[in-house]
Ligand binder design. Structure first.
Ligand code: PGA
Length: 246
């Protein structure tokens, strides 16, 4: 899964997504481009890619909501998925508060109502990890899942300390990701089907390590999905390890 964030302009992002053919057919390739590029991409979609929104507004329906982007419109533009709860939206930004677990829970509900598969990101900060609080943080960030109990969703473990754009970020060891994968089997409802992804500094050098793990159903790639050269190297790696992952 490729999260282009806001690294590029709308037209550059459209160009990049159009370049994303040629991944091995065994993979489900999901791409989350900037929201404003979705209109053009949805009407030009000929590739074997699945579209994903990076986020959306909390309002449920049309009305007097200045500046809102509705999930129902994103769905009609072809988004099968939407990211929710990414650490970059949970984090306060200057005077702007970050999104709370309550808001993310509401967005989870909106995804389900609109038939969009939620990709719920969760993961601890460096300080939370060092303080031995990882499990508490993971439980808290996933509490919405127990309340809403979707039939199916994607859970993306993205430790904040491993995301490439964060200062001093370092790779998360596969064994540690596997530990989190086991931990969440006791947290989420037993009846719920889900895919477990890992995200945080994934690139062509380490992708095969993560995808070789039977605990990990796919990877969420940020920075390394925003340049053609690194996309080419990732494609090459995937060809060498054909699996049914995303
Ligand atoms: P990164 O971002 O691959 O640049 O670390 C991952 C993410 O934040 O989704």
């Amino acid at each position: 899964m490729l999260n282009l964030k806001s690294y590029k302009s709308v037209s550059e992002s459209i160009d990049l997504v159009k370049y994303m053919g040629g991944f091995p057919a065994e993979y489900e390739i999901v791409v989350a481009p900037p929201l404003l590029s979705l209109y053009s991409l949805s009407i030009n979609q000929k590739m074997n890619l699945h579209l994903c929104a990076q986020n959306f507004s909390p309002v449920a329906d049309y009305g007097a909501h200045t500046g809102s982007v509705l999930i129902k419109d994103l769905k009609s533009l072809g988004c099968e998925y939407s990211v929710i709860g990414h650490s970059e939206v949970r984090r306060p930004n200057g005077d702007m508060p970050g999104e709370t677990d309550a808001l993310i829970s509401h967005k989870l509900e909106l995804c389900i109502k609109n038939n969009v598969i939620p990709v719920l990101c969760f993961g601890e900060t460096f300080e939370e990890k060092s303080g031995g609080n990882t499990e508490n943080v993971v439980r808290k960030q996933l509490s919405a899942v127990n309340k809403i109990k979707p039939d199916y969703m994607v859970l993306a473990y993205e430790p904040v300390w491993a995301i490439s754009s964060n200062k001093g970020s370092s790779n998360c060891k596969v064994g540690y990701v596997e530990h989190i994968a086991s931990l969440i089997t006791d947290i989420v409802p037993k009846s719920m089907k889900y895919k477990f992804l890992y995200g945080g500094s994934v690139d062509s050098k380490n992708i095969s390590e993560y995808l070789s793990s039977s605990y990990i159903d796919g990877v969420l790639i940020g920075k390394a999905s925003t340049e053609k050269e690194s996309l080419e190297s990732i494609k090459k790696e995937l060809k060498a390890i054909p699996t049914n992952k995303m």
